[in-house]
Design a protein around this ligand. Sequence first.
Ligand code: ADP
Ligand code: MG
Length: 731
Amino acid sequence: MSIMNNPRFDVVQDAFKKRAATVEIPAMKTSDYFGELVFNREKMRKYLDAKTYKDLVNCIDNGESLDRSTADKVAAGIKTWAMEHGVTHITHWFQPLTEGTAEKHDSFLDYDGKGGMIETFDGTSLVQQEPDASSFPSGGIRATFEARGYTAWDPTSPVFIQDDTLCIPTVFVSYTGEALDYKTPLKKALKAVNDAALPICKMFDPNVKKVYSYLGWEQEYFLVDEDLYAARPDLMLTGRTLMGHASSKNQQLEDHYFGAIPSRVAAFMRDIEIAGYKLGIPLKTRHNEVAPNQFELAPIYGETNLSNDQNQIIMNVMNSIARKHGFVVLFHEKPFEGINGSGKHNNWSLGTDTGTLLLAPGKDAMGNLQFVTFFVNVLAAVQKHNSLMKASIASATNAHRLGANEAPPAIVSAFLGKTMTDVLHKLLSVPSDTPIEIAGKKGQSVGLVEIPEIFVDNTDRNRTSPFAFTGNRFEFRAVGSSANCAGAMTALNAAVAEQLIAFKAEVDKAMAAGKEMNVAFMDCLKPIIKSIIDVVCFDGNGYSEEWKAEAAKRGLDTETNVAKMFKAYTSPDAVKLFTTLGIYSEKELEARNEVKWETYSKKVQIEARVMGRMAINHIIPAALDYQTRLLQNIDLCKQAFPADYQTLALTQIELVKELSGLMKDIQYKVDAMVKARAKANEIPCEYEKALAYHDIAESLFAIRKSIDQLEELCDNSTWPLPKYREILFIN
Ligand code: ADP
Ligand code: MG
C-alpha cells in the first residue's frame, strides 16, 4: 500500500486545513442578553400577575406548595413568554441514572373543540408528567410491566428554552415514590444540610434563616476533530482510545496549559459562552488545560441544585455546538493514555442567606470560631465517610483516572495547607477560651491563634489532593468529567449534615452543663481535631507510592476496584446516614448499586468488544499487510543474492518474526478475553458479574500494550487509525 492509498492521510490533511467557524456575536453587552432564555424572576414579574408572582416566589424560596389554579396561571405566563420565542414543544427535563439528561417532547398543539387547533399548556402539564419510563435504569425498583414513573416540576430551577422546546427541570420518581434520578436525592441532601447547619449558624447570628450549599464546577474536556474521531471506532463507541502509542511530544513541555487558545477552539468557546449566557449560566473562566487539546470551562459558583442543572445543560450545549465547529467533545475521564485525564472539580462550600461564607475566615473571633467549626466538621464528615466519598465519584470511566496505571491513587484525603494545619495544631495547645484572632490585628503574640483575614488567593495549592481547602471552599477534585455532580454533592452534603447534627448535640450538652458558648464549641472541637489531624488530613504528594501504604496504615480506604467501591453505599454507616436524614431508603440504595454494577459491566463489555474487533479487523490486517511486503522484499533479495540474502535481509527477517510474535500474542489474549466475557455473562448476580468484568477491564491493558508495540513497528502508511500525534495536535 502506498502512502497515497491510506485514507487516514486524507482525513488528517482535511482536519488540519479546517479554519475557525464564524460565531454570531450578539450586538449587545453580555449582561443585556444574559438569561434571555430562562424564565427568571424578571420574566415572572412581567408575565405573571402580582399574586401569582408572590405565590411562585414563596414556593421557590420557602418550599410552599402551589395550588392547581396558581399553577395554571404560571403555565399560562410561561406559555406566552415561550411562544414569543417561537417555542412549539415542551419537555419535562430530568436526570435519570444514565449519563446525561432525558427529555420527551410534546407539542403545544391540541384540538380547540370547535373544529380547529390551538396551542395549550396548563398547570397539570407543568407540574407533572408520566413518561413511559420502563427503559430507564431502576435497579429493579420498577419492573418493566409497571412502567410508570413520574416527573415532577422542580420550581427552584428555572424553566428554559432550547431551540423550539420549553424545558421544565423535573425530578423523576417511581410509581411508589422511590427516586429514579440524581436530582431527587440531591434536593433532599441540600435540605438536610440546611436543617443541620441552620441551628448552629443561628447561635452566631439569629438573623440567619437559610443555609445554602454552593457548587462551582470546573469542567475539563478534550476536543477532537470530528473526522479524526469518526476514523476511531473506539472513540465513537467508548469515548476513549483503547489503543494508541504515545506521541513523541505530548505534555512534557507544559506548553499547552494556559497557552494561547487555538482559533478554532476559541470560536467554539465563544459560541458556548453565548449560548450559556442566554441560558443564564454565569460562565467565567475558559482556558487550555495541561494535556494537548484539553480545555476547561467554569462558571461563577451558585446554589448547588441550580449549578448542577447548569452543568448538565452546558454539557449538552457543548456536544451540539462542537459539531458546528467540526469538533467532538470528549467528557471521558481518560480518553488518552500517558497524558492527563479530565475531572470536574466540584468547588463546594456552605453559606448563609445573610451573606456569610461558612468556610471562610470570619470578621472577628466569633466569626472565626464559626469558620473553624464548619471547617473541622467537614473534615470529620469526609473522614468518617471516606469510603462513601470515593464511591460517590467512582465509575467505570473515572476508574482510569483514579487508581489505575499512572493515575493518582484512589484515596480520599484532605489538603489543608500550612496556615490551617498550624491553626488546628495551635487550637489543640491553647485553653478553650482563647479567641481566634485575625492575623496582624493584635501584633505577633505567642499565645494567640491567628487566621489571615482573607486567604483565597494566597493559599498554597496542592493539585494531587482529591479534597483540597482553597481559602473559602473545598475543592472535591476527584469527581469525574463525565459525572453528574449530584452523586458527589449528595454524599458530601449528607455526610456534613450528619456530622453537624452530632456536633450540635455535643455543644448543647456542654452548654447545658454551664459552659460559655465559645468554650463549649472549642471543647467539642478539640477531640475532633485530634481524631482527624493525622488521619484524613494529608498535605503531601497524593500521587506517590508511599502515600498508598501510609493511607492504609491510617485506616483510609485504599480500594481500587470500582465494583467493590460501590459497596460503601450499603455499608451500615451509609445506610444509617441516608435513612436517618431521609435521603435514600435502604431499598433505593440497593437498587442504585444494582444500576451502578450493571452500568459498569456494560461499559467494560462494550470496551472489550470494541477492543477485540479492532484488534482482529483493523490491527492484525494492517500488520499482515506490512508483513506481506516484508516477505516479498525478502523473496526479491533471495532472487537477486541467493548466497547472502540472509545477511542482506536481516532487518526484514527480524521484523517479520517480531510482527508474528505480536500478532500471535494479540490473537491469544483476545481469545482469552472473549472466553472470559462469555463466562461473565452467565453470572446472575450483578455484583459478581461486575467483579468478573473488572478483571476483563484489567486484561485490556495487556492487549493494548501489544497493539501499541505493533503501531511502533509497522510502516506508518499501513496504519489504519489516526495516531495520538494527529488526534491531539490538530485543532
Ligand atoms: P482554579 O484556580 O481552582 O482552577 P477556577 O477559577 O477555575 O479556579 O474555578 C474555581 C471555581 O470555584 C469557580 O467556579 C468559582 O466560582 C468557584 N468558587 C469560588 N468560591 C467558591 C465558594 N465559596 N464555594 C463554591 N465555589 C466557589
Ligand atoms: Mg481551574
